[in-house]
Design a protein around this ligand. Structure first.
Ligand SMILES: *[C@@H]1O[C@H](CO)[C@@H](O)[C@H](O)[C@H]1NC(C)=O
Ligand SMILES: *[C@@H]1O[C@H](CO)[C@@H](O)[C@H](O)[C@H]1NC(C)=O
Ligand SMILES: *[C@@H]1O[C@H](CO)[C@@H](O)[C@H](O)[C@H]1NC(C)=O
Ligand SMILES: *[C@@H]1O[C@H](CO)[C@@H](O)[C@H](O)[C@H]1NC(C)=O
Ligand SMILES: *[C@@H]1O[C@H](CO)[C@@H](O)[C@H](O)[C@H]1NC(C)=O
Ligand SMILES: *[C@@H]1O[C@H](CO)[C@@H](O)[C@H](O)[C@H]1NC(C)=O
Ligand SMILES: *[C@@H]1O[C@H](CO)[C@@H](O)[C@H](O)[C@H]1NC(C)=O
Length: 518
């Protein structure tokens, strides 16, 4: 080949390269650049996993700006203008001169904007995160991961910052065709031990059970996947201003998401490239779902997914249903009550602890937590020393008893279920439940006997005085004359005996009368 033809070929290749660069969507929006809906403009992340653009959900014709999985374009993980849909395709997404991301409608009114005003470029990362950077700095001035919709992706977080009062939470869509905030929410509750809670409005409908150092204690299945999708809880130790939970994906792990769907189901899903479909992580049978409704068996109840015959509800050991008839009607919300009262003397409980094994721990909202307590023995000693302690458990099960942390319940034991997770609850019961004489039962028995004896004595005395009264007001019992002597004789002898014993003066007064009638 001649040098000129080589040069031509090079030029030709360069042109193709330039063209292909121009046609393939960028992942960045520089200052002054825009995405126009009517042009079908999008940003595509460098690895191609995520796409940002305009879409209409389901049968809706309204336009939203969102980010979706490129492999499944109806799986939108983030929506900018959830509450403010655009009526037509005249919308435009701009990184404006003030360095703010804004969504404008056809009349160039701002429908949505990111809450910052500096930065050099917006970029859609391959994690799905839309970020705004200041120069080449790694810190983000703004990121879509800080504003979750209904989906948690690897790298996102749920939780609270107590200093800025920021809260990261998921909110379901209203319907499949409407991304506006629906009825269901998923939050990380940070009172007591942290745990994820699913809300319908302001009513708890499901909780994962508290974090145990490795996973949420009511979701032991999650531990099977932590090699691919490690779970992270931050801010539990020390004086942290922020407690957050999230998960990550190791490189090469399949695409995944956790979504709170508009029917109130939380689905951990993974993308199956072979079938081109999302499949559920935990294939939970219908049987397991039976114990998931929050507080199903009431206070001090214990839900057992194996116990279909009893409607899955039972009571903790040492407790019985408050209303047996309600339980018969499968209304368990009334819960259970103690069979034998707890004693507490001189600030020390005299009860003992019953181990309830393999449980999703009760709601820790009002529980006392001390993560620095070293051993279970120390936990027991603390619970013994506090009259209000009803139960305790290790807060962190990683050490197998070492550095266990301490969680103590004092007001109620709610939403307890059996589950295969090796977590024990130490339940305080009266000594009598363990076949030992109870301090309280002894006086109870004495009181009952004493009351019965007094009642008998009073009845006898009343009968006696009534007899005297009748005798003095109606002094002529006719029995001796026209009744049977078998009855009259014992009556007379009783009367005589009593009068004699008491030395009662009236005995002598009517003596003549009595003698006369004999
Ligand atoms: C949007 O960007 C295009 C180029 O991509 C440009 O021609 C157009 O003028 C921009 N529109 C506005 C309103 O900035
Ligand atoms: C999603 O993909 C389908 C089929 O590939 C296509 O018909 C549809 O227009 C796409 N929707 C969007 C919003 O890109
Ligand atoms: C952005 O970076 C510049 C210099 O690199 C700095 O002066 C400025 O304060 C930064 N802005 C923000 C919001 O961090
Ligand atoms: C919500 O989740 C349930 C349970 O996985 C599923 O059957 C249903 O199809 C989901 N609904 C939507 C709209 O994704
Ligand atoms: C915690 O205490 C609050 C206020 O007394 C009460 O409304 C709530 O039901 C309690 N939660 C549990 C789980 O006991
Ligand atoms: C016992 O526990 C309750 C509830 O956590 C707490 O308010 C109280 O201060 C404790 N009492 C003692 C003596 O530690
Ligand atoms: C607890 O710690 C002690 C001393 O540090 C160690 O000997 C023991 O094996 C540990 N037990 C468990 C279950 O880790």
């Amino acid at each position: 080949m001649r040098p000129t033809s080589q040069l031509l070929l090079l030029l030709f290749l360069a042109c193709i390269l330039l063209l292909s660069i121009q046609t393939s969507a960028a992942d960045k929006l520089e200052k002054g650049q825009n995405l126009t809906d009517s042009n079908g403009d999008t940003l595509v992340s460098a690895g191609g996993s995520f796409t940002l653009g305009f879409f209409s959900p389901g049968v809706s014709t309204k336009r939203y700006l969102g980010i979706w999985f490129s492999v499944s374009n109806d799986t939108v993980y983030w929506v900018a203008n959830r509450d403010d849909p655009l009526g037509d395709t005249s919308g435009m997404f701009v990184f404006n001169d003030a360095a703010t991301l804004v969504l404008l409608d056809g009349s160039r009114r701002t429908v949505w904007s990111s809450d910052f005003s500096s930065g050099s470029a917006a970029q859609l990362l391959d994690s799905g995160n839309l970020v705004v950077r200041n120069g080449s700095s790694d810190a983000y001035l703004w990121q879509s991961f800080d504003h979750p919709s209904d989906t948690l992706l690897p790298g996102m977080k749920l939780g609270k910052n107590f200093w800025t009062k920021t809260e990261w939470q998921l909110t379901s869509w209203r319907s499949a065709d409407d991304p506006s905030p629906g009825d269901y929410g998923r939050t990380l509750e940070t009172k007591g031990l942290p745990e994820l809670v699913l809300w319908r409005g302001n009513v708890k409908t499901y909780r994962t059970g508290p974090w145990n150092g490795l996973y949420f204690n009511g979701v032991p299945e999650a531990s099977t996947y932590t090699n691919m999708y490690p779970l992270h809880m931050t801010g539990l130790t020390g004086r942290s201003t922020e407690i957050t939970y999230g998960y990550t994906a190791v490189p090469g792990a399949p695409l995944t998401r956790v979504v709170v769907n508009h029917t109130g189901v939380v689905e951990p899903l993974v993308w199956n490239t072979d079938t081109g479909a999302w499949i559920s992580f935990f294939s939970r049978g219908a049987r397991d779902v039976t114990c998931e409704a929050y507080g199903k068996c009431g206070a001090s109840g214990l839900c057992n997914p194996e116990a279909a015959l009893s409607g899955f509800c039972g009571c903790l050991p040492g407790f019985s249903s408050v209303s047996a008839s309600a339980w018969q009607m499968k209304q368990y919300a009334g819960g259970c009550q103690r069979d034998a009262v707890l004693e507490c003397r001189g600030g020390k409980t005299t009860g003992r602890f019953k181990v309830v094994s393999g449980v999703k721990l009760p709601d820790t909202q009002n529980a006392t937590v001390d993560i620095d307590v070293a051993t279970l023995e120390e936990c027991e000693a603390r619970c013994y020393a506090n009259c209000s302690c009803l139960a305790y458990a290790a807060a962190d099960t990683r050490g197998g008893g070492n550095r266990s942390g301490y969680v103590m319940w004092a007001d109620a034991i709610v939403d307890l279920r059996l589950i295969d997770n090796k977590q024990d609850l130490y339940l305080r019961l009266s000594k009598s439940e363990f076949g030992e004489p109870s301090v309280s039962k002894f006086p109870t028995r004495i009181v009952i006997i004493g009351v019965s004896v007094s009642v008998i004595i009073i009845v006898v005395l009343l009968a006696f005085f009534f007899f005297i009264w009748r005798r003095s007001h109606n002094p002529v019992p006719n029995t001796p004359d026209n009744g049977s002597p078998n009855i009259a004789l014992p009556m007379r002898s009783v009367r005589a005996l009593s009068y004699y014993k008491r030395g009662y003066r009236r005995f002598f007064r009517p003596k003549h009368h009595w003698q006369r009638r004999i």
